[in-house]
Ligand binder design. Structure first.
Ligand code: UFG
Length: 340
């Protein structure tokens, strides 16, 4: 993949770090690699390519094809590459699948992370950024969710991620080890330079599906529920541009390098958009109609889930730059067209 923009002046050469990115061939991981390479860090990727796409890994990064659960392999990478910190994306992410195949989620998300962490502890790698999820909150009573909102996941996916957060806390209490867990709301969009995007063919995410419908690649978009207690009856979510999410990871990484304590942060904009508002945005951006059919709610879908991310702004200085929904959709649509 054509990759680095080589914006190395963003960071002095002496500050260059070596970062292990797990799941770097996936949607968010591949953007993370670009964010790190663009600022001059060295990147090693471990991915078993079960859902990831080899071509999505920037050629400036070293790709090791393997499993994060393989403690010996990870130890070897950490030692030989002198890894300073780990950003952990590898895992399974499809909520309905987690309901039908829970052991896969406890294996790939919780068990595999346990082995990865064992390698970090054994090799003295003490900085860790973890890809967590708003699914840890389940169906919160409140519509604006802070990090203090009780965690009560309602599916194995959310539980497998929350268990990992607990594991991280226990390890940080017992060892010289610090972590940042970032709880993503609805990640969307693609690299503004068009270098990577969401390629997973089985992706079920609204913006991707709506773009596919606008391009005629699926017959219609199903609207899952029109009777929620929301302004237009459809589900409301907080869609965050993947580039702003990557910026949050870089800040989290730098905070750890600067000695910050372990912490948990929500990642979203604090802005809710309904399914109908997303359809309208895709129609505006594409100039095409999004054929849609109304149907029942999807099991386990909360009506509204919006992040209070003020902690991220306050404590890490995060300033979102790509929040405009048309910008998010434009990048997602451009990537979808490119996948043809
Ligand atoms: N939706 C549709 N039609 C579709 C797809 C989605 O109407 O074809 C609706 C959903 O019902 C929901 C909204 O669009 O109201 C967003 O759905 P997504 O599937 O895009 O995302 P979710 O909010 O269900 O899930 C996302 C992540 C999960 C994470 C969860 C945390 O994909 O990994 O947020 O709440 F667990």
């Amino acid at each position: 993949m054509r990759c680095g923009l080589h914006l190395h002046d963003l960071k002095g050469p002496n500050l260059t770090s070596t970062i292990l990115v797990t799941g770097g061939a996936g949607y968010i991981g591949s953007h993370m690699i670009l964010g790190l390479i663009d600022r001059g860090d060295r990147v090693v990727v471990i991915d078993n390519l079960s859902t990831g796409v080899r071509e999505q890994v920037c050629s400036d990064a070293e790709l090791v094809e393997g499993d994060v659960a393989d403690t010996e392999l990870v130890r070897d990478i950490l030692k030989r590459r002198k890894v300073d910190a780990v950003i952990h994306f590898a895992g399974s992410v499809i909520v309905p699948e987690s309901v039908t195949d829970p052991l896969k989620y406890y294996d790939n998300n919780t068990g595999a992370t346990r082995n990865l962490l064992a390698a970090c502890i054994a090799e003295g790698v003490s900085r860790f950024v973890f890809s967590s999820t708003a699914a840890v909150y389940g169906m919160p009573d409140t519509t604006i969710v802070t990090e203090e909102t009780p965690t009560a996941p309602i599916n194995p996916y959310g539980r497998s991620k929350l268990m990992t957060e607990w594991m991280l806390r226990d390890i940080a209490a017992a060892h010289p080890f610090r972590f940042m867990a970032l709880r993503y709301f609805n990640v969307a969009g693609a690299d503004p330079a068009g270098r990577t995007g969401q390629s997973t063919p089985r992706a079920t995410h609204l913006i991707k599906r709506a773009c596919q419908a606008a391009l005629g690649r699926v017959p219609a978009l199903d609207i899952f529920g029109t009777d929620f207690d929301t302004p237009d009856g459809t589900g409301v979510r907080d869609y965050i541009h993947v580039s702003d999410l990557i910026a949050a990871h870089l800040l989290a990484l730098d905070a750890l390098a600067g000695g910050a304590e372990s912490n948990v942060f929500n990642c979203g904009y604090g802005r809710g958009l309904s399914v109908r508002e997303i359809i309208a945005a895709v129609e505006r951006v594409s100039g095409n109609k999004v054929p849609a059919r109304e149907g029942p709610r999807r099991a386990g879908d909360p009506g509204m889930l919006v992040a209070d991310s003020s902690k991220l702004t306050r404590q890490l200085g995060w300033t979102p730059r790509h929040g405009d929904i048309d910008e998010i959709v434009k990048s997602a649509y451009a990537w979808e067209k490119h996948l043809a």
